[in-house]
Design a protein around this ligand. Structure first.
Ligand code: NAD
Length: 481
């Protein structure tokens, strides 16, 4: 039984000043597995002060020192891989394979960032000027519950590489995962205050971070609605704000694709992480003349996906993370039916044989129009909308007709054709004939899926700002002109 009542401030685990308690339940069983006491504004202020004390030394640290910190962080998190995986399964309901991927990623992101840092040009010449990339200052790192360990680690990696001290506010809905990651980060032995972490609610701790004049930068991952709130709150102190937000990704399957190979991949892209993924390909665009065939394949693939105990390696889809998520997804399924979409797999309620836990039936709608709510809104559960298109121009128009633009997928037997189509899509990332990302490449969204990029060199640059230094020697020449 977990009892989490400490924050990590100034290099030590300390009791929180806040008093609000939250219960932690296993979403597969509903059983209580612990509780946590949330931090409050007072704790946030202490964490911000600690980060500000650490900032000057972090800013002065050399490339070699930052690389050393990243390597120690990688080793410390790597040593906790199994614990992070188990917590992801128990607290979040992540299926084993996904939980393993997340826990591997949590340490890998330090290595990816170290590679970007190794040969990064912090100084360059532009005419007479020397341009120096300087750390932006103390950063608040605010993360969601659906990718707890990975989000925390990748943001910490970028902040450290850039020389920024940070205050991390993970989602209050993942206390166990946050605690294990904090213990690992602590074991890396970074300077006191280089990172601080506190569990708390958005309205108080999150708001304190977004409004404090002592915080220079916010790196936020979460919903578009919260991202807008943070951007508005941050503008008063002119914070640098990076926002990684919601998505409603399109998967385009072209008419020459081999459906037997491609549609199971498309279904995986839709239902990955139990459908609770910002990059989930939840709109599946299929040529109208091959739609009947596609529906049959998708039905077979969906029926083959095992829903159940996330600890079982055969499970593809575990429970949703909470009752709130369960109810949200049920509402969207009802809405899809009411709007006239044709249910071809799943539906309301729990899957047969799973009477407890927040399990939902993997659900597929066909005959979906792109203006229906199930095609426009991020559902955040295993619910897929199949949409017919007539020709490539129509596919591009439907894919781009969305408030979001995070990640898209294109499948075709002819890679050049798929690449040409990818160039026309409004999305931060397009994956062509694959669903696995390239981790060192920039990741982020266009339109309402966000502002800025994470990972690798672009992720690090989000914590840097150019300073131009132009020496006096250049002045007489300029004056003569
Ligand atoms: P959320 O927006 O509810 O919360 C995210 C974080 O913001 C949490 O830590 C929360 O406590 C905090 N927060 C809430 N209100 C706040 C406020 N007023 N000020 C400051 N902080 C506040 O999102 P969620 O439900 O935790 O996560 C799911 C969402 O995240 C989905 O929309 C998903 O698409 C998105 N997401 C995006 C990415 C990406 O990289 N683009 C990755 C993962 C998740």
């Amino acid at each position: 039984m977990w009892n989490i009542d400490q924050a990590y401030i100034d290099g030590a685990f300390v009791p929180v000043h806040g008093t609000q308690r939250v219960e932690i339940a296993n979403p597969a069983t509903g059983q209580r597995i612990g509780s946590a006491t949330l931090a409050d504004r007072e704790d946030a202020k202490r964490a911000i002060a600690a980060a500000n004390r650490a900032q000057p030394a972090m800013a002065r640290s050399t490339r070699a020192e930052r690389l050393d910190m990243l390597r120690r962080l990688e080793a410390a998190v790597l040593a906790r891989t199994a614990q992070i995986r188990d917590a992801t399964v128990e607290e979040y309901g992540g299926p084993l394979a996904r939980a393993q991927w997340v826990s591997n990623y949590a340490s890998q992101c330090f290595a990816t960032t170290a590679r970007a840092l190794e040969d990064y040009a912090f100084e360059r010449r532009i005419g007479d000027a020397t341009v120096v990339m300087e750390p932006v200052g103390v950063a608040a790192l605010i993360t969601p519950w659906n990718a707890a360990a990975g989000s925390i680690c990748s943001k910490v990696a970028s902040a450290v590489a850039a020389g920024c001290a940070s205050v991390i506010k993970p989602s209050e809905l993942g206390p166990i995962q946050a605690r294990i990651v904090t213990e690992a980060l602590h074991e890396a032995g970074l300077p006191r205050g280089a990172f601080n972490l506190l569990l708390g609610c958005g309205e108080d701790v999150g708001d304190e971070l977004s409004t404090s004049p002592e915080v220079a930068k916010i790196s936020f991952t979460g919903s578009t609605a919260t991202g807008k709130r943070i951007a508005r709150a941050g503008v008063e102190t002119m914070k640098r704000v990076s926002l990684a937000l919601s998505g409603k990704s399109a998967t385009i399957v072209l008419d020459d694709a081999d459906f037997a190979t491609v549609l199971p991949l498309a279904l995986n892209a839709a239902f990955m992480n139990n459908g609770q993924a910002c990059v989930a390909g939840t709109r599946l665009l299929v040529p109208r003349h091959r739609m009947a065939e596609a529906i049959g394949q998708v039905q077979r693939a969906a029926a083959a996906m095992r829903v159940g105990d996330p600890r079982d390696p055969a499970t593809a889809i575990g429970p949703l993370a909470s009752q709130a998520q369960f109810e949200r997804v049920q509402q969207f399924i009802r809405r899809g039916i009411e709007e006239g979409a044709r249910l071809v797999a799943g539906g309301e309620g729990r899957p047969e044989g799973l009477e407890r836990g927040w399990f939902v039936r993997p659900t597929v709608f066909a005959e979906v129009r792109n203006d229906m709510a199930i095609a426009r809104e991020e559902i955040f559960g295993p619910v897929l909308s199949m949409i017919a298109f007539d020709g490539e121009d129509d596919a591009v128009a439907i894919a781009n007709d969305s408030p979001y633009g995070l990640q898209a997928y294109v499948f075709s037997a002819r890679p050049q054709r798929a690449l040409a189509l990818a160039a026309r899509l409004h999305a931060g990332t397009v994956l062509v004939n694959r669903i696995a990302p390239e981790l060192g490449a920039p990741f982020g969204g266009v339109k309402q899926s966000g502002v800025g990029r994470e990972f690798g060199v672009f992720g690090m640059e989000a914590f840097l700002e150019p300073k131009t230094i132009t020496p006096a020697a250049a002045e007489p020449a300029r004056a003569a002109v």
